[in-house]
Design a protein around this ligand. Structure first.
Ligand SMILES: [Cu+2]
Length: 169
């Protein structure tokens, strides 16, 4: 049996040296791109009358190369949209700016939070206790699907203050 196996492998190796080395290279590449950004986070409950939702993600890039998050989609809500935003302070006034992408250095971490980088949600109704599916689209074409919980509005004093100052959502 062992002999047969070895002979079989020898034949395969002899017949497919080029092909084999190609597929090994391909497999390595696949393994590299298969290393995913580690994502956790949550979306904020939307009280009645609030039309914009917000989610905060925590991203960790465990790979040796930079990754760039370019877009976030909501697969369960085709009519809805999500946008990457930064909150910047201009002359003491908080404003939101759309971001083309969010870059993660090799081994880098990005913590979205109220008053800083966040994910703006339009066209969804989010209630505490629900979960929200997000599809992350990276600049290299890779996509990653995650599910985050929807958290109740008021959890801590400073958090509700930040949210109010930010944009009420
Ligand atoms: Cu925003």
């Amino acid at each position: 049996m062992k002999g047969n196996q070895r002979r079989f492998l020898a034949v395969v190796a002899a017949a497919c040296v080029m092909f084999a080395s190609f597929t090994i290279a391909e497999a390595n590449q696949e393994k590299a791109t298969g290393e995913e950004v580690v994502v956790t986070g949550y979306a904020r409950e939307m009280p009645p009358g609030v039309v914009m939702g917000v989610a905060y993600l925590s991203l960790h890039n465990p790979t040796q190369r930079p990754r760039a998050l370019r877009a976030v989609e909501l697969p369960r809500h085709p009519e809805a949209s999500a946008a990457l935003h930064a909150t910047v302070n201009e002359d003491g006034v908080s404003r939101m700016r759309p971001l083309q992408e969010v870059t993660l250095d090799a081994g880098g971490v990005l913590e979205m939070q109220p008053g800083a980088t966040h994910l703006m949600l339009h066209g969804v109704r989010l209630r505490a206790g629900e979960s929200l599916q997000l599809r992350l689209v990276f600049a290299d074409g890779a996509t990653q699907q995650i599910t985050v919980p929807v958290r109740a509005m008021v959890t801590a004093q400073h958090e509700s203050h930040d949210t109010h100052r930010h944009h009420g959502g």
